[in-house]
Design a protein around this ligand. Structure first.
Ligand code: HEM
Length: 512
C-alpha cells in the first residue's frame, strides 16, 4: 500500500519521538533513577555536538561551571562526557578514586591505526599490559633516576645559549632542538649535533602526522562507526590511508633508533641510556620474555610525549618574561647574586634560587601546556555527590579552570611568582594538575621540570627578553592569547639579547 507524504511525515515524527523516549528511558534506567550531572540541553539524536566549541573548550567549560556547577555532563556523537571543573572534584575523583578514573577512551581512528592491538601505552586502557609498560617507564624516570640525566640537561642548556646568541630570532627552533636532544640522548644515547638530524626529522614528521589523530573530532569515523567497513579506495575512507601512514611512522620511530642502539651495543660503542639500561636488566623488570619489545615501544613514545611539551612550557615562560619585565629583572638579579658573572647556573644552584623556582611553578599555572590534560575514561559506573556517572564516560579535567580559579589563585591572569612564597597556603602546586592525574600522571614530569629549571636559569642568567622594536625604535606589542593552548599559538616575536659583553664571553666559552 502506498503511503502519502502526510503519513510518512507522521510515521517519521512518531519514530523519532519513540527513539527519544527510549533514549531517555534507557538513560534513566541505567542510572538506577539517580540524576546525571547537569549540563547543556542536548539536541535530539546528536546530543550536544552543536554546543561543543572547536577552540578553547576549557574557557567554555568554565562558563558552563557558572551555570551547571563543578561537574558537567554532556554527550557528543554517542559519547558521554563528564567535565570536572574544580580542584576539589578532581581530587575526589581523579586522585582518590583514581583506580577507576584512569582508563583511556579509544576512539575508532586510534583502533584503526592500531589494527586491533594498541601497543603504545598512552592509548591503552588500564590493562595488565599497560601496567607493565608504565612500570618500565616509571623505573627510568623516577626522581632519583631523573637526577642521572642532569649532566645531559646542563649540556643541552649550554648548547641552546650558543644558538640563541647566533640566531636569536630562531628561538623556537633552538628550543625544540634542545628538548628533542635531551629526550633522544636519554632514550637512545643519540646526541643531536646538527639542525637537520635524521632522527629528529623523522620524529617531528611522525608527530606532525599523528597529532591530528589525537583529536577525535578530526575524523568522521569516530562518529559514524560503519565507515570502517568501507574499502580503502572508497569515498569517505581517506582515514584508512591516514591511519596506515600513522602506523608506519609508529613503526619507524620505534624500530630505527632502537636498532641503532642494538648495533652500537654489539659494536661495544653504545652510551648508557634508557634502552641500554633496561636491556641490561635481561627480562627481570617484567619477568616476560618479550621485555625487549616493551622496551622498544615504550622508548618509541618518549620523543612524541616529551619534546614538544617541554618546548611549549619554555616558550610560555619566555612570554611571561616578555610581558613582565620587572619579574624578569628580579629573577636575573637573584641568579646573578647566587651565581655571579663568571659562570653559568647548574643544578647545584637551584636550592638557592627560590624566586626563580617559584617563577617556573607560576608559568605552569599561568599558561598550562595541556589546558584540559589528556582525557581519561571511567572504568565502571560511579556515584558522586548524588549524581550518576556512567561507565565508559570520557572524563575531562578542566586544568585551566582549576589553575585560574580566583578563589585559590587571586588575580589569576597575572604572572606573579610571589603567590608561591607562602602567602596563599591553599594554593596547590600547579604540578599536581598540569602533569595529569593518578595512574596516568605524566611519567616524565621530574625530567621535564628539571629541564625547565636548568634551561630557563641559564637563559635568564645571560639574556634579556624584550619586545621587538620597529624601524622607528618603537616597541612592537607581541600578539598572544593567554587563554589559547601554546600548541595553537603563533610564533611570538621578541628580542633576545645578551645582557653584557661578559655574558657573550661566558656563552662563547661554552661553545668551544
Ligand atoms: C612540561 C612538560 C610536560 C608536560 C606539561 C606534560 C604533561 C602531561 C600530561 C598532562 C599528561 C596526561 C596525564 C593524564 O592523562 O592524566 C602527560 C602524559 C604523558 N607524558 Fe608528559 N608532560 C611533559 C613532559 C613529558 C616528558 C619529558 C615525557 C617523557 C620523558 C613525558 C611523557 C609522557 C607520557 C609517556 C605520558 C602518557 C602517560 C600515560 O598515558 O600513562 N611527558 N604528560
Amino acid at each position: 500500500m502506498d503511503m502519502d507524504i502526510q503519513s510518512i511525515a507522521v510515521l517519521t515524527a512518531t519514530l523519532a519521538a519513540s527513539l527519544l523516549v527510549y533514549q531517555k528511558w534507557a538513560h534513566y534506567r541505567g542510572s538506577g533513577g539517580l540524576p546525571y550531572p547537569p549540563g547543556p540541553k542536548p539536541d535530539p539524536l546528536i546530543g550536544n555536538l552543536r554546543q561543543i566549541p572547536r577552540k578553547k573548550q576549557w574557557i567554555t567549560y568554565g562558563e558552563w561551571k557558572k551555570v551547571y556547577g563543578d561537574v558537567v555532563y554532556f554527550t557528543a556523537g554517542g559519547k558521554e562526557v563528564v567535565v570536572l571543573n574544580s580542584a576539589q572534584v578532581a581530587v575526589d575523583l581523579m586522585e582518590k578514586r583514581g583506580a577507576i578514573y584512569s582508563d583511556r577512551d579509544q576512539h575508532n581512528m586510534q583502533k584503526e591505526i592500531a589494527q586491533g592491538k594498541v601497543i603504545h601505552f598512552p592509548f591503552m586502557k588500564c590493562t595488565e599490559e599497560f601496567n607493565l609498560h608504565r612500570k618500565v617507564v616509571n623505573t627510568a624516570f623516577s626522581i632519583p633516576a631523573s637526577r642521572k640525566y642532569q649532566p645531559c640537561q646542563e649540556k643541552e642548556a649550554r648548547g641552546l645559549l650558543g644558538r640563541l646568541l647566533e640566531s636569536p630570532a630562531d628561538y623556537p627552533k633552538h628550543i625544540r632542538r634542545a628538548t628533542g636532544s635531551i629526550i633522544l640522548t636519554i632514550t637512545y644515547g643519540h646526541e643531536v649535533t646538527t639542525d637537520d638530524d635524521a632522527l629528529v626529522k623523522l620524529n617531528e614528521e611522525a608527530l606532525a602526522h599523528n597529532i591530528v589523530t589525537f583529536d577525535p573530532t578530526n575524523f568522521l569515523v569516530n562518529f559514524i562507526p560503519w565507515l570502517k567497513y568501507l574499502p580503502a579506495w572508497a569515498p569517505g575512507a581517506g582515514f584508512k590511508e591516514y591511519a596506515r601512514v600513522a602506523r608506519e611512522y609508529g613503526r619507524m620511530t620505534a624500530d630505527i633508533p632502537f636498532d641503532e642502539v642494538k648495533s652500537k651495543i654489539a659494536a661495544g660503542t653504545a652510551d648508557s641510556c634508557y634502552v641500554t639500561n633496561l636491556l641490561a636488566e635481561n627480562g627481570k623488570l617484567t619477568g616476560r620474555n618479550d621485555e625487549e619489545s616493551i622496551i622498544k615501544v615504550t622508548a618509541g613514545v618518549l620523543y612524541g610525549a616529551g619534546s614538544d611539551t617541554t618546548a611549549m612550557a619554555i616558550k610560555a615562560y619566555l612570554l611571561a618574561m616578555l610581558l613582565y619585565p620587572d619579574v624578569q629583572e628580579k629573577i636575573h638579579q637573584e641568579i646573578e647574586n647566587v651565581v655571579g658573572q663568571d659562570r653559568l647556573p647548574t643544578f647545584t644552584d637551584m636550592d638557592s634560587l627560590p624566586y626563580f623556582h617559584n617563577s617556573v611553578l607560576e608559568s605552569l599555572r599561568w599558561k598550562p601546556g595541556a589546558p584540559i590534560g589528556i582525557p581519561h575514561a571511567l572504568q565502571r559506573d560511579d556515584v558522586y555527590d548524588g549524581m550518576f556517572l556512567p561507565k565508559d564516560a570520557v572524563i575531562m579535567a578542566n586544568v585551566w579552570g582549576m589553575l585560574h580559579d580566583e578563589k585559590t589563585y587571586p588575580d589569576p591572569s597575572r604572572f606573579w611568582p610571589e603567590r608561591w612564597d607562602g602567602r596563599f597556603p591553599d594554593a596547590r602546586d600547579p604540578r599536581t594538575y598540569a602533569f595529569g592525574f593518578n595512574r596516568r600522571i605524566c611519567p616524565g614530569r621530574h625530567l621535564a621540570f628539571n629541564s625547565l629549571l636548568i634551561i630557563l636559569a641559564n637563559v635568564m642568567a645571560v639574556f634579556k627578553i624584550e619586545k621587538q622594536r620597529d624601524e622607528d625604535g618603537r616597541e612592537v606589542e607581541p600578539i598572544y592569547d593567554l587563554e589559547e593552548a601554546e600548541l595553537f599559538m603563533p610564533f611570538v616575536e621578541c628580542s633576545i639579547t645578551p645582557r653584557s659583553p661578559a655574558s657573550v664571553a661566558l656563552i662563547r666559552s661554552t661553545m668551544a
